[in-house]
Ligand binder design. Structure first.
Ligand code: GCB
Length: 624
């Protein structure tokens, strides 16, 4: 546990907490760790985005006193009081915070961009706002966070409501009984500090945007409501539905699955646990979702007073030998990778629909793509919804990245919880083709066991997608040409093999030798180059010597690497690194990087580099 969560665990009763999932006991699949509220973004609610007060707490004084004991009153940020008025009234009173009179930021956003002195702040931040309770309350209310990075503790009107760990997945707490008439005060502590046992750990190659980076909403539901619903087309051609109701009338309840456009109305009754499962023959009129025709249907689940709905596309994805089949037909994944970072000179990881559309349009229309790798963690719901609408297949991953504490059961529990939260949120998205469990993780027994557990979780939670991981290869140092061998024992557990390759960028290979590369990979599974790339600073040209960081080098690197890719018989897709230059504190070459990883095909402001056209025409040809 992080320090924040460890201390908070002492303060918040476990029953109110999102408990870490049981770690080593592999089966059964991890349960949902709190209310799922699937398709919460389409439910009625009050948007709590907008102005919030904020205040740093670098020594975590609101979490623990200086001897490690519970903090005294003068430091308890969540108290339902007015410190200024209290101190003015009684000179024995001391408060060393006053959130209600602290500076204001606009959420969702990261604090890194709020003020220059916060640019490199990694630690605990407190946020607070008040909001009016809905008048005439009925049913149940949940405070839902799209994401907060990294560990979070939430209080309402001075009372703890829950805690959550993981910077990229949604979480919700029921607050029905804590709401009061008139103004309600919500206080949130968010700690961005990564440790050796968090997921991801401290060393990555992207900006650690601390803060509440996705929408916060107060969601209203009836007393008994559809907490989870999963509607999909199975590989056997049937539609399958799983529903879970939560509430006093969840058991033995009549439910209906309705897809009006297909005249589909299937009735059922939940069991004693509030669960209903059914399959129905797919209506003949069903149009299957594809990148060329991303057809979505309005799907409803009615259960008593609750009318749940979502927009869902139906398609199958599977492998046959080295082929990836979409709706039974072989497909080549014409993709690119992207981080969750909006265009602009000072991104704050606030992904609005417009910001997501700007990025995905570059892929779909600019590059002629049909696929995107959403690296290296679950992206915002808006991005997934747009991928569904625009027709882009998605690789989705959890931040099990580079060097993780493989032997630590808590770390495994964390990764499993994130994976489960991600799959629960997104398994209704037709766009999702591949769940990936890791990126560039060195092979050891402990790592293999850890990742095998994650692969098994994916298969239990969603058997309609493909499982992958970006793997490392071994380079034969004695060969006279580049020879790379995939010897990772995890390969056998995956549906799609994925390799990141940077020959000619991080290696001293001359670009004209890449064509002679040999890739020794299993012949019976599809391979994806999940990354390939080279940096270039937009506008820096060196047509004669083509030094690194010139647009010419990057364009030539793409030509050479794409030529190499064409000679790999099992290659079925590409997601080069990366669409847009992105913030990375490890990149400090003052001439070219200035804190940015420059492997984008477009600059941070959207300027296309030469290599953009190289990939765009390659994909245009592939699409013919
Ligand atoms: C990788 C990583 C990615 C980095 C990239 C790079 O292999 O997966 O996160 O950003 O290389 O630019 O070095």
């Amino acid at each position: 546990m992080t320090m924040l969560l460890r201390t908070i665990a002492l303060l918040i009763p476990a029953t109110m907490a999102v408990a870490p999932l049981g770690a080593q006991d592999a089966p059964p699949a991890p349960p949902a760790s709190g209310p799922v509220l699937v398709a919460a973004d389409l439910r009625a609610g009050t948007d709590l985005s907008g102005p919030w007060h904020y205040s740093i707490d670098p020594f975590r004084s609101g979490i623990a006193g200086f001897h490690g004991e519970a903090p005294d009153k003068g430091q308890q940020r969540w108290l339902d009081i007015d410190p200024r008025a209290a101190m003015a009234t009684d000179n024995r009173v001391l408060y060393e915070f006053d959130l209600g009179h602290s500076p204001v930021t606009t959420l969702p956003s990261s604090w890194l961009t709020e003020a220059p002195e916060l640019r490199h702040y990694q630690g605990l931040m407190w946020y607070q706002r008040t909001f009016p309770a809905p008048v005439q309350r009925r049913g149940r209310y949940f405070l839902r966070f799209g994401a907060a990075n990294y560990s979070t503790v939430v209080y309402l009107n001075g009372k703890p409501v829950g805690r959550h760990e993981g910077g990229f997945t949604p979480f919700a707490f029921e607050v029905t009984k804590l709401l009061r008439d008139g103004d309600n005060q919500v206080t949130v502590g968010v700690d961005s500090q990564a440790t050796e046992t968090t997921v991801p750990p401290p060393v990555t190659d992207w900006e650690n945007y601390g803060g509440i980076t996705r929408p916060i909403r107060l969601i209203a539901t009836p007393d008994t409501y559809v907490d989870d619903a999963w509607v999909r087309l199975q590989r056997d051609g049937k539609l399958a539905v799983d529903v879970h109701l939560d509430g006093p009338q969840a058991a033995n309840r009549a439910v209906h699955l309705r897809v009006a456009e297909l005249h589909l109305d299937r009735a059922g009754v939940t069991d004693a646990h509030g669960d209903w499962r059914a399959t129905v023959a797919a209506p003949r009129a069903l149009v299957r979702w594809s990148p060329e025709r991303p057809k979505l249907y309005d799907v409803a689940v009615d259960a008593g007073e609750d009318h749940w709905h979502d927009r869902i596309g139906f398609r199958t994805i599977e492998t046959r030998g080295a082929d990836i089949l979409l709706n039974g037909k072989p497909i080549f994944l014409r993709g690119i990778s992207m981080h969750e970072e909006e265009l602009g000179t000072d991104p704050t990881r606030a992904m609005t629909p417009a910001a997501a559309r700007a990025l995905l349009s570059e892929i779909k229309d600019g590059l002629h793509g049909n696929y995107v790798r959403l690296a290296h963690y679950p992206h915002a719901e808006v991005t997934l919804r747009l991928a569904d609408e625009m027709g882009l297949l998605v690789w989705s991953e959890v931040p099990v990245y580079w060097r993780v504490a493989w032997g630590d059961p808590d770390t495994l529990a964390r990764a499993r919880a994130m994976l489960a939260e991600n799959i629960h949120r997104d398994r209704n998205r037709a766009a999702i083709a591949i769940w990936s469990v890791a990126n560039e993780t060195p092979v050891t027994d402990a790592r293999n066991a850890f990742l095998r557990t994650l692969v098994a979780d994916v298969r239990r939670l969603d058997d309609t997608r493909l499982v992958s991981a970006a793997l490392l290869v071994e380079r034969d140092k004695t060969a006279d040409h580049p020879v790379m061998t995939l010897a990772d024992p995890l390969a056998g557990a995956l549906d799609v093999l994925a390799i990141n390759t940077y020959n000619g960028w991080y290696t001293s290979d001359r670009l004209n030798t890449l064509a002679t590369s040999e890739w020794r990979v299993p012949a019976d599974k599809p391979l994806i180059f999940s990354e390939l790339g080279a940096d270039a600073r937009a506008g820096f040209h060196d047509p004669v010597k083509e030094q690194k960081f010139s647009e010419e080098f990057q364009a030539d690197y793409y030509r050479a690497t794409l030529g190499m890719a064409d000679r790999v018989p099992t290659l079925r897709g590409l997601s080069p690194w990366i669409l847009k230059d992105f913030r990375s504190p490890r990149r400090q070459n003052p001439d070219f990087q200035q804190g940015w990883n420059r492997k984008g095909l477009i600059s941070e402001t959207g300027q296309r580099k030469q290599a953009f056209d190289v990939l765009a025409s390659y994909y245009a040809n592939r699409a013919k």
